[in-house]
Design a protein around this ligand. Structure first.
Ligand code: SAH
Ligand code: SF4
Length: 370
């Protein structure tokens, strides 16, 4: 190979990666970057600050001892570490922990940490409320206040990691409050920081995003270089029923959705998860299984069943035995499927229950050790 060609393929990409990393840090902590610039600090300080925050999980700049004292004082005054105030921590009988945070402008959001054998999964929010209006979801009832910034999204994971240390966060699921693909840029930046070796350093395959089905963004997500996982909330294979329970279905038909799904698996060769909340008498009939078997006929598709968690929306959960029968029949018809247990229901921490409704700070519940 000629030397110039070798340099062009081997050196330029690494420079580009360095440039991308600096840009990522700038976008993630713009306030810090401004302080460093105003003080005429050398460029490597940004990387040090970013590392202290995302890798070192510093609670305040005083803990970032790689930075000189004067700079730590300036940063503490002008670009404080804390972007979310942890207002309350509650713990369910199954060990699930829920965090209630207050944003700088007074909004409340929730995050959940689910322990399961060797896993510690953190479920994060991407919006204050959600505008999608799914009729069974407590977050949907809130409407939307605003999108969260990348820093606020990633900080939920940092806070959970500090809480459970020395245990480590092993997985992140973007399944809390909000429709992540309505806040695409900030969500992706947060996930890249969580995945970044110089950041939180969590494998991309340990991170999953769930969407109610925004087809353009599903395609865009498929084109991202990182190997993040994707789940699509389907909830029924029938167009009319889906329109009744998920207003997004009036924007994108099921064939459109399935075409985006097909694009995703063909482009990424990764498994694609379909979320299916079992609602008694709504979407839990034999004919649902039969049509699902036709719709999800692809070796990379996986059906994730979940019984409805109670919310004040007028729906009820499919009884356990019927849910098991739904699963059995789905498997009999050839579907790859699982029925997920609900976690954290006694503190309203299960899927669809996040409504940040508890305004009374009651302090921190100590982490129960097994
Ligand atoms: N907004 C995204 C991700 C957050 S919701 C989405 O809708 O995909 C995470 C999952 O919980 C979605 O599949 C959602 O439909 C489901 N869900 C909402 N309310 C629920 C409830 N009360 N019980 C069980 N699952 C629910
Ligand atoms: Fe929003 Fe997801 Fe709830 Fe629908 S299910 S209202 S998209 S959070």
């Amino acid at each position: 190979m000629d030397a110039a060609f070798y340099r062009s393929v081997c050196i330029i990409p690494s420079r580009t990666r360095r440039g991308e990393k600096a840009l990522r840090a700038k976008e993630f902590i713009p306030g810090v970057e401004r302080v460093l610039k105003n003080r005429g600090e050398p460029a490597y300080r940004l990387k040090q600050a970013y590392g202290a925050l995302c890798g070192g999980l510093a609670r305040d700049w005083e803990e970032a001892t790689a930075l000189p004292k004067g700079l730590r004082v300036a940063l503490s005054a002008e670009a404080p570490v804390a972007v979310l105030e942890l207002t309350r921590t509650s713990q369910a009988t199954d060990g699930t922990r829920k965090y209630l945070f207050k944003t700088h402008d007074g909004h409340l959001i929730e995050t959940v940490m689910i322990p399961e054998r060797s896993r510690r999964t953190v479920c994060i929010s991407t919006q204050v409320g959600c505008p999608m209006g799914c009729t069974f979801c407590a977050t949907g009832l809130l409407g939307i206040k605003r999108n969260l910034k990348a820093r606020e999204i990633a900080e939920q994971v940092f806070a959970a990691a500090r809480d459970i240390a020395p245990e480590r966060v092993t997985n992140v699921v973007v399944m809390g409050m909000g429709e992540p693909f309505l806040n695409y840029k900030e969500v992706l930046l947060a996930l890249k920081v969580l995945n970044d070796k110089d950041g939180f350093n969590l494998a991309a395959r340990s991170i999953a995003v769930s969407t109610s089905g925004l087809v353009d963004k599903i395609r865009r997500f498929a084109d991202e270089p990182e190997q993040f996982h994707l789940a699509i909330s389907l909830h029924t294979p029938f167009e009319d029923e889906r329109k009744e329970i998920m207003p997004v279905a009036s924007r994108h038909s099921i064939p459109e959705l399935m075409s985006a799904a097909r694009y995703y698996v063909e482009r990424t060769h990764r498994k694609l998860f379909f979320e299916y909340t079992l609602l008694a008498g709504v979407n839990d009939d034999k004919r649902h299984v039969e049509t699902l078997a036709e719709l999800l006929d692809h070796p990379l598709y996986h059906l994730n069943l979940l019984r409805f968690n109670w919310t004040n929306t007028g729906f009820a959960a499919t009884p356990k035995q019927e849910a098991k029968e739904f699963l059995r029949y789905a498997r009999e018809l050839g579907l790859s499927a699982t029925l997920r247990p609900s976690r954290g229901q006694d503190i309203d921490a299960a899927c669809g229950q996040l409504a940040a409704k508890d305004l009374q700070p009651r302090g921190v519940v100590p982490l129960a050790r097994a």
